[in-house]
Design a protein around this ligand. Structure first.
Ligand code: FAD
Ligand code: SIN
Length: 524
């Protein structure tokens, strides 16, 4: 199919860009699986914006930089935070039913924020945002939404019928998950909004499709990636043997929840940080990890049962219902929790207009490294980044529209040398193996020796997976495996390159902070 602009991803970043473009140009949105399959629909806590009378942009900027351990780019932080109130107004216009208190939006609190600043729809903000964006996109005549398309790679000058070899991006090759055919989709401009790479870890709050596809395909096409070692672990994922990735929002701590060691009954966070349970996420996740490892625990306890039951049920209706279904009453006792991977701070390097290194290629949202999060994302700043950069990319595309040529004829996907796989066990085996060694060797606390072990395994697996990829027809599982492995490699290489402990990258071999914050930029 040919469109004016192709957007890969139907989450907050992709749909924001689509809506901002569609009054002027024809937009094709491709998504793997269902249109609601990204992290956006799973977001709980909310969106950070300066809306309180006592709050200021300066305070939000400072909190973001403190959480990010100074690695953030100040111009990006200012750019995003100053646009937050506008982003919230736009969502209100689209019909997102944010909680209110009298005439104002209700603001909750999360770790690392010095003010109440988080607008939310109870504890299911993401679902409400996803639904509103999708409704508007479905109603727009210039937007075509195509779910069940697993994009494999970017189409560049190397795929032109008259080979140019240039890095100019002309669209994507995508596997139609329903027909099993690979189709070329071309456009004047392409936007990657493919979300994070959380599934590279065994325990993650992210959905099944968070396999870093956009990051891996941009890297393969020649774009730089940055700060991939900065993987965020959320301190409070539910510990349950059947439900493996259910988040307990940080807003539970924001509204008074406390962390206890279940063996000693001790409330330990004040021992680790003066901000106690409201310290930034990296601090709380490391504290939970330390308690669990020191005392051989399976989990720690998060307890909000000292608050009135109706207050808890009103603020956290979905979490309450989910836990009741599992036999846990959070109004009466503690919730067992563990840290789990939650957010990919690094990604495709972009500028303030969402431009990547490759002509014709833009990116927005969790797949990018925009400079907003630095070494650790402040809670509820990521949906915000999606809205601001989705719109910024769209504006830049429209501003340069006259300079974007129509796509040339491109070669169709070549399947002449592949057959159907007779060994799908290779895919399953490698998926499980990557996620396990990444958790054990490249987790919350790192050492050079463990990173080297991971590097060695990645090298061995890369040969096996590339050989498999060269011989067999692609499937979504295979596309994802190849991308997971690529992202694992980028994470480990970045972690080995950073000789200090900063934000989310904590290594026993380099426990100190270097005087100057420096990005880890990998060049293909
Ligand atoms: P996503 O919403 O993840 O969308 C990615 C899209 O790309 C999907 O449509 C997917 O199908 C598509 N895609 C991916 N690969 C391919 C491919 N190969 N081919 C075709 N399509 C592809 N942030 C906050 O600010 N506040 C919160 O309260 C909050 N809570 C969270 C709770 C949970 C449980 C999780 C996991 C995250 C939370 N986050 C929160 C983070 C936030 O939800 C994400 O960072 C944000 O939603 C990412 O949006 P996105 O548009 O970049 O990507
Ligand atoms: C949460 O609700 O704890 C998640 C918020 C976020 O990831 O920003």
């Amino acid at each position: 199919m040919t469109a004016d602009v192709i957007i890969v991803g139907s989450g907050a970043a992709g749909l924001t860009a689509a809506l901002a473009l569609a009054d002027k140009v024809r937009v094709l949105v491709l998504a793997k699986g269902e249109l609601t399959g990204g992290s956006t629909a799973w977001a709980q806590g909310g969106i950070a914006a300066v809306l309180d009378a006592g709050d200021t942009f300066e305070d939000h900027i400072r909190d973001t930089m403190v959480a990010g351990a100074g690695l953030n780019r100040i111009e990006t932080v200012e750019f995003v935070i100053e646009r937050a109130p506008h982003a919230i107004d736009r969502l209100v216009e689209l019909g997102v039913p944010f909680n209110t208190e009298g005439e104002h939006l209700h603001l909750t609190r999360e770790g690392g924020h010095s003010h109440r600043r988080i607008v939310h729809v109870a504890d299911a903000t993401g679902w409400a945002v996803q639904a509103a964006l999708l409704k508007a996109a479905e109603e727009h005549p210039n937007i075509t939404l195509l779910p069940h398309q697993s994009v494999i790679d970017l189409i560049t000058g190397r795929h032109e019928e008259r080979y140019s070899g240039s890095g100019r991006v002309w669209g994507v090759y995508a596997l139609n998950e329903q027909t099993g055919k690979v189709e070329a989709h071309t456009a004047r401009a392409t936007v990657l909004a493919t979300g994070g790479a959380g599934r590279v870890y065994q325990f993650s709050t992210a959905p099944r499709g968070a396999t870093g596809d956009g990051i891996a395909m941009a890297w393969r096409a020649g774009a730089r990636v940055g700060n991939m070692e900065m993987m965020q672990f959320h301190p409070t994922c539910l510990y349950n043997l059947e439900v493996k990735n259910f988040l307990i929002t940080e807003a539970v701590r924001g509204e008074g929840g406390r962390l206890y060691n279940p063996k000693t009954g001790h409330r330990y966070m004040p021992d680790y940080d003066e901000r106690a349970e409201l310290a930034p996420r990296d601090v709380v996740a490391r504290a939970n990890d330390a308690e669990i490892k020191r005392d051989g625990l399976d989990f720690v306890h998060l307890d909000i049962s000292h608050q009135p039951p109706e207050f808890v049920r009103e603020h956290f209706p979905n979490i309450y219902e989910k836990l009741i279904g599992l036999g846990i009453d959070m109004t009466k006792g503690p919730i067992p929790v563990v840290p789990a991977q939650h957010y990919t701070c690094g990604g495709i390097v972009i500028d303030l207009a969402g431009r990547t290194d490759l002509p014709g290629l833009y990116a927005a949202g969790e797949c990018t490294e925009s400079g907003l999060h630095g070494a650790n994302r402040l809670a509820s700043n990521s949906l915000l980044e999606c809205f601001v950069f989705g719109e910024a990319a769209a504006k830049d595309i429209l501003a340069r529209w006259d300079h974007f040529d129509a796509p040339p004829p491109v070669r169709p996907w070549d399947e002449s040398r592949v057959t159907d796989s007779d060994e799908e066990v290779v895919i399953k085996q490698n998926w499980t193996e990557i996620r396990r060694f990444m958790w054990n060797y490249v987790g919350i606390v790192r050492t050079t020796k463990r990173l080297e072990r991971a590097k060695h395994r990645i090298q061995m697996m890369t040969d096996e997976v590339e050989e498999y990829y060269a011989h067999f027809r692609v499937s979504t599982d295979l596309i994802e495996l190849r991308n997971l492995l690529q992202c694992a490699d980028l994470i480990v290489r970045s972690a080995l390159a950073r000789h200090e402990s900063r934000g989310l990258h904590y290594t026993l071999d380099y426990p100190n902070l270097l005087p100057q914050p420096v990005d880890t930029i990998l060049v293909p």
